[in-house]
Design a protein around this ligand. Structure first.
Ligand code: IMP
Length: 500
């Protein structure tokens, strides 16, 4: 006879934290959000990879490119570059993060000299950047021919068809410098010449980097940035259970710090085979997370298979339709609570602490605090990061509001069928994800800063200065549907309601 779980499975929205005593020492600035990313012998050794904030970005085409990875590492978290692209392209993204030099930006706004003013305006709308590099072939590292900035054109006086070659600042009038220039020298040139950006070129005149005046201060501010021993940003990458023999060596060669098997369902022989292959070849040197699971059995299976961290969550993602199409999954809060208990049980038995990650289904910022209080060591976010400037997707204006595109890995757009592969199939015949828009939310640094402040202040309300302390002290209550209504604004006439 089928097994029935006694309790219904619940989501984050059904819980609240009940505040505890907070002393005067418990202030948001005193809260540490450090958290382990990979397994270690707790109490006996340091975790070999600790994050400064409990956030990682989802292994998705519409979320984790190299630009977002750099922005998130600056804040202290880790991105997992998406694996649903060729081995070469994924390794190149990892290499770009590892070789990123603070203040030296690979230009993301580039056009050929034959492009028009209309193309410049369209690109500016898409990237939000006003400086466009004009290169021979329109690529970020092509031969530099000039720069177009806002001062080079007047929309009211020029034709939209005007080629950029006619109004760019050409090389003979441009201030530029060799690629060997240091950040300090570059900033001095910017100040001395009263310019906003400085292109750096190699001996053949190819554009290597841009240095921007507005970035100067921000490079001194990232107190939480997550760096490896060589002072490069830490970055992760997604792999699948099919082509790991080619993908894993290429990612390691590119300098990746941590891998994660990206799969909708982790309680499978394919995952244990993949981890076994990595262990056979690299021992414990290469760190690899696995998942996703939603119960004790799934956790223990992956723990025994040798996973360095374990991801929790099936069917809760904002773009996910797995529950509707296949009828599998579990409420995210219930899944995290059970897997956290399994992690603690495993730690008691073995002395090995395997961090768990709550993946998907975070709607409000406070859901992250709930996930941590319920035992997650960190959270993986897709929708949340897709909204920022640094995500790799287009920013569009729809009905007067700015949005960014966001699509699931199981949608027809991403075609990441390996993620849903149960062996044998080379292509899936139904979708498990949708293609959507999310409201645009500005820069990652600003958004993450606000979210972390909220998490820190809630932790203070619970009397906790660290994540383990929160997990020990948290008191959670299930809320009734009427008290959820009570929790929003009610019985008042909202001033900004268009229906008033
Ligand atoms: P979100 O933060 O709620 O948007 O959820 C992101 C998570 O959804 C990812 O980390 C994946 O685990 C999961 N996911 C990504 N693409 C799909 C899909 O197409 N179908 C189902 N789940 C997906």
């Amino acid at each position: 006879m089928a097994y029935y779980f006694e309790e219904p499975s619940r989501t984050f929205g059904e819980y609240l934290l009940v505040p505890g005593y907070s002393s005067s020492a418990c202030v948001p600035d005193a809260v540490s959000l450090k958290t382990p990313l990979v397994k270690y012998r707790k109490g006996e050794e340091e975790c070999p990879l600790t994050m400064n904030i409990p956030m990682v970005s989802a292994i998705m085409q519409s979320v984790s490119g190299d630009r977002l990875a750099i922005a998130l590492a600056k804040q202290g978290g880790v991105s997992f570059i998406y694996g649903s692209q060729s081995v070469e392209d994924e390794a190149a993204m990892v290499a770009r993060v590892k070789s990123y030099k603070k203040g030296f930006v690979t230009s993301d706004s580039n056009l050929k000299p034959t492009a028009t003013l209309a193309d410049v305006l369209e690109l500016k709308e898409k990237t939000g950047h006003s400086t466009v590099a004009i290169t021979e072939d329109g690529t970020p590292n092509g031969k530099l021919l000039g720069i177009v900035a806002s001062r080079d054109y007047r929309v009211s006086r020029m034709s939209m068809d005007e080629p950029v070659a006619n109004f760019m600042t050409p090389m003979e009038k441009l201030v530029y410098a060799p690629e060997t220039t240091t950040l300090k020298e570059a900033n001095d040139i910017i100040w001395d010449n009263k310019i906003n950006s400085l292109p750096l070129v190699d001996a053949e005149g190819h554009l290597k980097y841009m240095v921007f005046r507005k970035d100067y201060d921000s490079h001194k501010e990232n107190v939480n940035e997550l760096l490896d021993a060589n002072k490069s940003y830490v970055v992760g990458a997604g792999i699948n259970t099919r082509d790991y023999a080619e993908r894993v060596p290429a990612l390691i060669e590119a300098g990746v710090d941590v891998l994660c098997i990206d799969s909708s369902e982790g309680f499978s022989e394919w995952q244990s085979r993949t981890i076994a292959w990595i262990r056979e070849r690299y021992g414990d040197k290469v760190k690899v997370g696995a998942g996703n699971v939603v119960d004790r059995e799934g956790f223990r299976f992956l723990a025994q298979a040798g996973a360095d961290f374990i991801k929790v969550g099936i069917g809760g993602g904002s773009i996910c339709i797995t529950r509707e199409t296949k009828g599998i999954g579990r409420g995210q809060a219930t899944a995290v609570i059970e897997v956290a208990a399994a992690r603690d049980e495993y730690y008691k038995e073995t002395g090995i602490y395997i961090p768990i990650c709550s993946d998907g289904g975070i709607v409000h910022d406070y859901h992250m605090t709930l996930a941590l209080a319920m035992g997650a060591d960190f959270v993986m976010l897709g929708r949340y990061f897709a909204r920022f400037d640094e995500s790799p997707t287009n920013k569009l204006r729809i009905n007067g509001s700015y949005v960014k595109e966001y699509w699931g890995e199981g949608s027809n757009r991403a075609r990441n069928w390996q993620r849903y592969d149960l062996g044998g199939a080379t292509k899936l015949s139904f979708e498990e994800g949708v293609d959507s828009y999310v409201p645009y939310a500005g820069s990652l640094a600003d958004g993450v800063g606000t979210t972390l402040y909220k998490i820190r202040s809630t932790m203070c309300n619970c009397g906790a200065l660290t994540i383990p302390e929160l997990q020990e002290k948290a008191r959670l209550t299930v809320v009734s549907s009427t008290s959820i209504v009570e929790g929003g604004s009610h019985d008042v006439i909202l001033k900004n309601n268009p229906n008033n």
